[in-house]
Design a protein around this ligand. Sequence first.
Ligand code: ACO
Length: 428
Amino acid sequence: MGDNQAILKADGKDITMPVRSGTIGPDVIDIRKMYGESGMFTYDPGFTSTASCDSAITYIDGDEGVLLHRGYPIGQLAEHSSFMEVSYLLLNGELPSTPELSDFSRTISRHTMLHEQLMQFYRGFRRDAHPMAIMCGVVGALSAFYHDSTDIADPTHRKISSHRLIAKMPTIAAAAYKYSIGQPFLYPDNSLSYTGNFLRMTFGVPAEPYEVHPAVEKAMDRIFILHADHEQNASTSTVRLAGSSGANPFACIAAGIACLWGPAHGGANEAALNMLQEIGTPDRIPHYIERAKDKNDPFRLMGFGHRVYKNYDPRATVMQKTVREVFDALKVTDPVFEVAMRLEEMALNDPYFIEKKLFPNVDFYSGVILSAIGFPTTMFTALFALARTVGWVAQWNEMISDPGQKIGRPRQLYTGSAERDYLAIDKR
Ligand code: ACO
């Protein structure tokens, strides 16, 4: 490799491929012409070595534990910014001025209500339905209600649908929760902040005024910031793949929600808290660490390890600090926090975790905070989906606006039967 090109020797031929550089991060070998010239595909299940697109939104250096949104470090955004401001940044590329931010926040707040008919959908679900099952259905159904913003070739439609998705997600998630506990839905209150409004719709009741706890609002807003985007992760790639066929944005985000639901992705914070509760007391930790190391045991330390971070996940650092703030503000004492801290310490000193570069990820502590705030574990992934919607929408918009965009269509290494003749049933 050299002079901005890479040479592949295949079948006695030299195939030259351009090497492209980004602003920061590893170069990429552009293999688009490779099949045409060599007759061979590349093979990379799980995309461990494959960049699927150009993107100017989020940068991660997993070895160094760096996460930047539009160039700004996540730690700085979590400390000084707000979820609305980060949303503007992700969508537009720059931090907003004061009037730009208040304009944006006002626009989002004007889209928070759901079509009344859509509210009827909820009654079709069982009360014990998982909120993510409801979210997949209701978000997908948005495309049946907002026809005036589904023309993906029209930038105004794209903008309105993006705003609608960001604005309605808290209403949808809160209603999923309310439905599961048999309480009436609350309409949005646009005098509150994005996050304050969500807390009220979730924990308020029509019979009483609801006062947003400032420390909880701040912590929740920060949790939303930490989950807002994470470059080409599984759910974002799902949104892009769904969108590459020209599907409308509501359908694409519903696809992202479905992908996020899995325990290896967004479901991990639910799994991490369940695990911490199952461990229960610090003296039981060594047993679980041994299980995680045992190749014959499928158990893994949930909230540990990451496909990209081979260092401390920078979001986990902020999350750990936020746990303390929430616990102090709400005067909570929960043994799971103690278990989490001790487990982290023991795992980080264990050769197995050191050698495999397994560190706590964002999900390790988020469940502990969300539970202290009062969310049941089943809501954790729904909150992740709510916050990630802005990232999905920003990535979807970036893809649709790219003139070189093509339908996503991976190839395969076929390992099934070669061609054979059909056999009549009595001859099999
Ligand atoms: N506990 C114990 N061992 C682990 C863990 C873990 N949490 N994670 C990885 N390993 C081991 C694997 O057994 C494997 O060992 P081997 O090389 O001896 O076979 C090695 O580390 C590499 O693991 P892979 O699964 O190949 O790594 P991959 O990059 O594919 O997986 C993943 C990353 C899915 C996150 C994995 O670390 C995991 O399952 N973690 C627990 C679930 C979790 O916390 N997910 C949240 C991800 S963050 C997010 O979605 C926001």
